[in-house]
Design a protein around this ligand. Structure first.
Ligand code: GLV
Ligand code: MG
Length: 355
């Protein structure tokens, strides 16, 4: 048993107090970069203003012989580059790897005040979070940090899915989760080589017109093989005030497929997705910023029902206390994004940020 009163106590002497609330910031895309590539490091000043979150990837997709260079490149970005209000995150190597201890020690020790969130891959259960939680507290204390680093878990093993709720509630550091369809497919032995998206083999079909007509053409639709896990992730995260994200969409050329996958995640409650290529930045921006007509309608409801009570008809649709809250979700998001993006402020009819 853990004493619940200890949940918000630092796990090391002189470590910062754990965060009571997870900050809600523009987070439409987590843009992945490999900083072992010096050209990528040089592009940071151009890319940073175009994204909400910039992530220095150290794990999968970074070749073994470039692991240290990727870490060194991220340290350089953290030490030398001004990112404005763009958040700097990292994805460290997995907990069983030979690199993760140096990843965490060097990053927290040298740029712990610049990083806000550390993504931990292949989290299987609360024990993984407890390990990182204590280690981060020790490293934060040694580095003299005043703000705690937050943990973002990638949901990408079947055990991780089975233990979702306990992962989400394992530490006050849990900032959110991302959905990792590639590792998850492998872990589950799903028979797909795709990274996210649908699959033509996973579908439903309408009944035959008669028992003799099984070969006749019939309407058939692809289904979403990820729906169950993403929906569970959304519940586990939002139940503890953390933020759910869709992860990678691997078919870079299929911009429409990517948009469709991102939008399904947005509708279910995800706040953003990973962008693996510049073309996906624009897709995430479009999808995870609510549509102007939805925002206008939500504003109309809130203006018409200032106290959010009772039952009303607006444009032929029933509105009550619950729909008012739905509209608040839409308008709160729109207001937050409008403060960052003057074009959205105009599209939503909201005042842009005053400097
Ligand atoms: C992401 O890391 C994935 O495995 O899909
Ligand atoms: Mg993965």
């Amino acid at each position: 048993m853990r004493n619940p009163r200890d949940f918000f106590k630092p796990l090391a002497i002189d470590a910062p107090e754990p965060a009571r609330e997870i900050p809600v910031l523009p987070s439409r895309m987590i843009h992945f970069l490999d900083f072992s590539n010096e050209k990528m490091v040089a592009k940071v000043p151009d890319i940073a203003p175009t994204v909400d979150i910039l992530l220095g990837n150290l794990e999968d997709a970074v070749p073994v012989d470039r692991k240290e260079a990727a870490r060194a490149g991220l340290l350089k970005v953290g030490r030398e580059m001004e990112l404005g209000d763009t958040q700097l995150w990292t994805r460290v190597n997995s907990l069983e790897s030979p690199w993760v201890l140096d990843d965490l020690t060097q990053l927290v020790g040298e740029i712990g005040d610049k990083l806000s969130v550390i993504m931990i891959p292949k989290v299987e259960g609360a024990w993984d979070i407890h390990y990182v939680d204590r280690l981060l507290a020790q490293l934060e204390a040694r580095a003299g940090l005043s703000e705690p680093l937050l943990i973002h878990a990638i949901l990408e093993t079947s055990q991780g899915v089975a233990n979702l709720e306990e992962i989400a509630s394992a530490s006050p550091r849990i900032q959110g989760m991302s959905f990792g369809p590639a590792d998850l497919a492998a872990s589950r032995r799903m028979k797909t080589t795709r990274v996210g998206g649908g699959h033509p083999g996973y579908r439903t079909i309408e009944d035959p017109e008669s028992p003799d007509a099984v070969e006749a053409p019939r309407a058939s639709y692809m289904q979403d093989p990820w729906h169950y896990s993403i929906a569970r992730m959304v519940d586990a995260c939002t139940a503890v005030g953390a933020l759910p994200f869709y992860g990678p969409y691997g078919d870079i050329k299929d911009t429409v497929g990517c948009e469709t996958q991102f939008r399904a995640a947005f509708l279910l409650g995800c706040v953003g997705a990973w962008s693996l290529h510049p073309v996906q930045i624009g897709i995430a921006k479009k999808v995870f910023s609510p549509a102007a007509d939805e925002v206008q309608f939500a504003k109309k409801v809130i203006e018409a029902i200032p106290d959010g009570r009772g039952v009303h008809m607006i444009d032929g649709k029933m509105q009550d206390d619950a729909t008012w809250k739905q509209c608040r979700v839409m308008v709160d998001l729109a207001e937050m994004l409008a403060r960052k993006d003057p074009e959205l402020a105009e599209a939503y009819g909201l005042a842009p940020a005053t400097a």
